[in-house]
Design a protein around this ligand. Structure first.
Ligand SMILES: [Zn+2]
Length: 402
């Protein structure tokens, strides 16, 4: 009898451990994801998160996202693709400019994602290595993009702190190992042997980075990818949406306990429903959504090179050049490098399962989303393009014929 009593107490205590959260909007969706969290007894490391959105503004998505963020007092960074603000390129240019102004006026940071989403440095497109912009084109793109952002905000853009840039595809700040190897084979010399050493060296000598730093920009990458770019469909079904939200909460909550800079796209309709739930659940579980200003002061973000601060970048670049000069003077051959090991070479026995199609996909197969090492990626994700032998030309033709 006593054992039964204790068992009942135990059951009640388990039930009492279930987390309860309140939702400002999307309450039904929020409760459904919360029950997934409770079912898995998922825990959350208390940490800071800064949310960022790329590729907008979009008249159908950005205003909704802004409304939800403002309701909750969360301040995000919006990396604008500035063809959206150009009279010659976008029918919505006037409305888009007004939206950028409104975003800034409601306390968010407006940042530069370049003019036309072309790469700023060498990029492997799945078939061939394509050069990024030459010096003149690069400088022109940065200047045009900056002007469009300044015009849209009555000059307020340039007075923001921090002033941020994010290269399309990250190229200019985040080359892949394959691209670094190609550079090494084609005359660029590195002192270091490992990928992490070489990527650091690359950053100290990256012309695109020096160009934006010279114009007063710091570069912000990310250490949490929402995965929203892998969804080709406008509005996924409810189960897929719930899994997307759950996966993001899990990613933001998980170890290591470093400040997260989260990448979303404000051109993806699904985020209109997902962001409010991620915000409310995240807060409830212990995530602290911080401003761009606080993120920029965070040493974890800077030390992990997620944020490449302009002054630090210029100083480190100068020191590196000095070191290189000393090294070559000491007789070491800086021009010869060993070939980099290919870490992505080995075949992995992993697969991806599509809930939507109830089908299993092997490595590098799928539709718009490609399975790679057990995870879904967009077919156009640079990571996939570099590592899967995809017939992208056929894919483009098919897309363009629609
Ligand atoms: Zn982008």
């Amino acid at each position: 009898m006593r054992a039964l009593f204790l068992w009942l107490i135990y059951l009640m205590s388990i039930d009492a451990k279930a987390i309860e959260c309140s939702f400002t909007s999307q309450a039904d969706l929020g409760k459904e994801v919360l029950s997934m969290i409770n079912a898995e007894s998922m825990t959350c490391l208390k940490k800071d998160v800064h949310i960022t959105f790329d590729d907008g503004p979009s008249q159908s998505v950005t205003p909704e996202i802004l409304k939800e963020l403002n309701l909750r007092g969360i301040k995000a960074t919006f990396f604008v693709t500035t063809t959206n603000l150009d009279q010659k390129k976008s029918q919505n240019w006037e409305k888009n400019r007004a939206l950028v102004q409104q975003t800034l006026d409601t306390g968010h940071l407006i940042a530069n994602h370049g003019y036309d989403h072309e790469a700023y440095d060498l990029r492997f497109n799945g078939k061939v290595f394509q050069n990024g912009f030459g010096k003149d084109e690069r400088e022109k793109q940065i200047a045009t993009s900056t002007d469009l952002l300044n015009w849209s905000t009555g000059g307020k853009f340039k007075n923001q702190t921090p002033l941020l840039f994010r290269f399309p595809y990250g190229r200019g700040a985040m080359p892949s190992e394959r691209e670094l190897s190609f550079m090494a084979e084609n005359g660029k010399s590195f002192l270091g042997k490992s990928y992490s050493e070489r990527i650091r060296e690359y950053r100290y000598t990256s012309d695109p980075l020096m160009s934006i730093a010279g114009k007063g920009y710091s570069h912000l990458g990310w250490n949490h990818d929402s995965g929203d770019s892998s969804f080709a469909i406008e509005t996924p079904d409810r189960e897929t949406l719930k899994k997307y939200i759950f996966k993001n909460i899990k990613g933001l909550c998980s170890s290591p306990k470093v400040t997260k800079v989260a990448l979303f796209h404000d051109i993806k309709k699904m985020n209109i429903s997902a962001i409010p739930v991620i915000a409310d659940l995240g807060k409830c579980l212990g995530l602290n959504f911080i401003t761009a200003q606080n993120m920029a002061k965070d040493s974890q973000v800077m030390d992990s090179a997620v944020l490449l601060e302009k002054n630090k970048l210029l100083v480190e670049s100068f020191k590196y050049t000095q070191k290189r000069t000393e090294t070559s003077l000491s007789g070491l051959s800086a021009g010869k490098c060993e070939k980099l090991p290919t870490i992505f070479k080995e075949e992995k026995q992993t697969f991806c399962f599509s809930e939507q199609y109830q089908k299993r996909y092997e490595q590098c197969s799928g539709g718009d989303s490609i399975c790679y090492e057990g995870k879904w990626y967009s077919r156009m994700d640079p990571y996939v393009i570099e590592n899967c032998n995809l017939d992208n030309e056929a894919y483009y033709k098919e897309q363009n014929s629609h």
